[in-house]
Design a protein around this ligand. Structure first.
Ligand code: COA
Ligand code: AMP
Length: 640
């Protein structure tokens, strides 16, 4: 399936003439009004793609394929071992459901530009709701089911949705999680009140519907189908909230046109997936990976997507992912390294993988966190196909570094590296003064502007915070990640350099957890660290200094803090440990030395800052963590 196009030529062309390169890519899609203005700047000086073009993403995902011979081809295979359901939806069926649900949303008063929050697990109705919003130019914002009502309320107040679409519940392993009471609780604490809550009733958990406000999902499906509305290419398709360094999440905006162009290109050039082929992405529709490679990318390509409701393990076993590949004949699989580590832990020899015919699989793609070389090698040996670690962020919406499986002349993947810059991305490693770092030296990862289509053009309600990405290095987007490039051009992304941590491929703000810990009456001050974890990559651990005179035991305090984080952020935070310490390291002016704490947590060698008031504090903290058996980094440094 390789095309004649070489990676080197494509990347060079994309940087030499971005507008020309992306105009060629845009020509692969159907436009209601073809763009003439390919690359321009908005009133804030931010780059915009295809500003005068008009199209509709849902049309491209569904109607276009139905009109071009794919009506009876499977668009989506819903495979849910947790609910014992397997169902295939053809393009024609998915279009019909989407067009009806879009009609139903309209009848509820949802119009162009209105926001709709979707709070549902991986289920076909969630995909229908997303596409239905896109169809009428409403802006969806999917909120991951693992977030607690408070987080949902924060998003309700920021996005101000006209409607919330939710499931009556989800299934975590064999545990039922009712979602509707969580939505009701969020609504009770939010200032903004959506007009309606549309509830998709699931057989295993029935939600109470309140008259006037709540509407049954099926009622909307009985509406007259409506056609796709052409929208400007710059019209927002969705808002996806992600953690920043404070307690307030950032609403990453994705637009219709650039996103469609970029994702179609990525399906071909990065994933090498042809129309009609099958991709299985083991993620959740609540994350960027799920948006791009469970829903939009595969459908824009006319491929078949496998929507999996379950976990890589215990649903029912660590062979689930391999069963999915085999049964649905997936050519491409994509998941997070943490999922592979979970499988490896339960099936270290890969015996379960050998039980399935995996001959359809050409590549395994990994992203969401750094893939450690041991996990990389294990997956490569067990699957016998190239494993491709690739780097991206919610902000970019598609990969920035990768090994592009669909282009010629691509250097092969290498353990520990996320590969090479994808066409459109000019990735640089800079020092703090913005100077390029030599090969082999770790620095800050920044991408020269303009970012290619698909990347976020702004943050919802917050151009100021958008500016914060651009300020550290004028002319560049600063990713917040650190990394280096080797002499052969491979780039290695080593982790965040800010107060964001990555837990099981999920991005969390240590600052947000700190705000919750600091609100406890016994806590004088605190710091939250991301500590290395063999399964989840990192887990948050709280260091807390007690107020004088507070007689609470460490165990009780820990229980109360764990409960508080769970209640406010949700189970997904995986916050389970808090360690009482006498003091935190500070500069003489009283600032907590977070960078030093991060280095301590990672077991990195570091120079003691000259401004630290007492170097012994760090030894005390290390001893406190070791006493509680916390942290791989400590074990490895001690062993060494
Ligand atoms: N709804 C409600 N609760 C949820 C949830 C959801 N959609 N998703 C997770 N949770 C809960 C879990 O039940 C768990 O609760 P608990 O503390 O009561 O047990 C908690 O949030 C943490 O969940 P998770 O991080 O998923 O841990 P786990 O131990 O249940 O599973 C893995 C571990 C590795 C199997 C799991 O994290 C995984 O599959 N990771 C893949 C990562 C991924 O898809 N990343 C997306 C980026 S590509
Ligand atoms: P998210 O926005 O939730 O997708 O998280 C993005 C962050 O995950 C990045 O800033 C990185 O820190 C990390 N990340 C994602 N993919 C990779 C990768 N392939 N290698 C290293 N880190 C990654």
């Amino acid at each position: 399936m390789k095309r004649a196009c070489s990676y080197a030529a494509a990347h060079a062309a994309s940087l030499a003439d971005p507008a020309g390169f992306w105009a060629n890519q845009a020509a692969h899609l159907h436009w209601n009004k073809a763009p003439r203005e390919v690359l321009s700047q908005d009133e804030n000086g931010h780059f915009r793609w295809f500003a005068d073009g008009e199209m509709n993403t849902a049309f491209l995902c569904l109607d276009y394929h139905v009109q071009h011979g794919r009506a009876d081809q499977p668009a989506l295979i819903y495979d849910s071992p947790v609910t014992h359901t397997l169902r295939t939806y053809t393009y024609a069926e998915l279009l019909d459901l989407t067009a009806r649900f879009a009609g139903g949303l309209r009848e509820l008063g949802v119009q162009l530009g209105d926001r709709v929050i979707i709070y549902m697990p991986n289920m076909p109705e969630a995909v229908v709701a997303m596409l239905a919003c896109a169809r009428i130019g409403a802006i969806h914002s999917v909120v991951f089911g693992g977030f607690a009502p408070h987080e949902l309320a924060v998003r309700i107040d920021d996005a101000r949705p006209k409607v919330i679409v939710c499931a009556s519940g989800g299934m975590e392993f064999d545990r039922i999680i009712p979602y509707k009471p969580l939505v009701d609780e969020a609504r009770a604490s939010a200032t903004h009140q959506p007009a309606h809550v549309v509830v998709c009733q699931r057989p295993f958990v029935k939600a109470e519907l309140q008259p006037e406000v709540d509407v049954d999902f099926d009622t909307l499906l009985r509406a007259e189908p409506v056609p796709a509305v052409p929208v400007p290419a710059t019209h927002p398709l969705y808002i996806l909230y992600t953690s920043g360094t404070t307690g307030r999440p950032k609403g990453v905006v994705r637009d219709h046109g650039g996103h469609a162009v970029a994702l179609r290109f990525s399906m071909e050039a990065i994933y090498d997936l042809a129309p009609g082929e099958v991709i299985f992405t083991g993620s959740d529709i609540g994350w960027a990976v799920g948006h791009s490679y469970i829903v939009y990318g595969p459908l824009l390509r006319g491929a078949t997507t496998v929507l999996f409701e379950g976990k890589p393990v215990r649903t029912p076993d660590a062979g689930t992912f391999w069963r999915l590949v085999s049964q649905h004949r997936a050519s491409v699989m994509f998941t997070a390294p943490t999922a592979i580590r979970a499988i490896k832990k339960e099936d270290p020899d890969g015996a379960l993988a050998r039980q399935y015919d995996l001959s359809s699989l050409r590549h395994l793609f990994l992203a969401g966190e750094r893939c450690d070389p041991a996990t990389y090698e294990w997956a490569r040996q067990v699957l016998g196909v190239p494993v491709i670690d690739h780097w991206w962020q919610t902000e970019s919406g598609w990969p920035m570094l990768a090994t592009l499986a669909g282009l010629e002349g691509m250097p092969p993947p290498r353990a520990g590296s996320a590969g090479h810059p994808v066409p459109g991305y000019d990735v640089h490693i800079l020092d703090e003064a913005g100077q390029p770092q030599p090969a082999g030296i770790t620095g800050l990862v920044a991408v020269k502007l303009p970012l290619p289509p698909g990347c976020f053009p702004t943050l919802w309600n917050d151009t100021e915070r958008y500016q914060a990405y651009l300020e550290p290095f004028p002319g560049y987007y600063f990713s917040g990640d650190g990394g280096y490039r080797d002499t052969e051009g491979y780039t290695y992304i080593m982790g965040r350099v800010d107060d964001v941590i990555n837990v099981a491929g999920h991005r969390l703000s240590t600052g947000e957890i700190e705000e919750i810990l600091a609100a406890h009456p016994a806590v004088a001050e605190c710091a939250v660290l991301g500590i290395a974890d063999a399964l989840k990559g990192q887990i948050p651990v709280g260091l807390v200094v007690l107020k004088d005179g507070h007689m609470i035991g460490e165990e009780t305090l820990e229980q109360e803090l764990v409960a508080a984080v769970r209640a406010r952020i949700g189970a997904v935070a995986c916050f389970r440990q808090a360690v009482a310490v006498k003091r935190l390291p500070k500069t003489r002016s009283g600032k907590i030395l977070r960078k030093t704490l991060r280095q301590l947590a990672d077991g990195e060698a570091f120079a003691l800052p000259a401004t630290i008031d007492d170097p012994l504090i760090l030894d005390e903290i290390r001893a406190g963590l070791m006493r509680r058996g916390i942290g791989l980094a400590f074990e490895s440094t001690t062993a060494a």
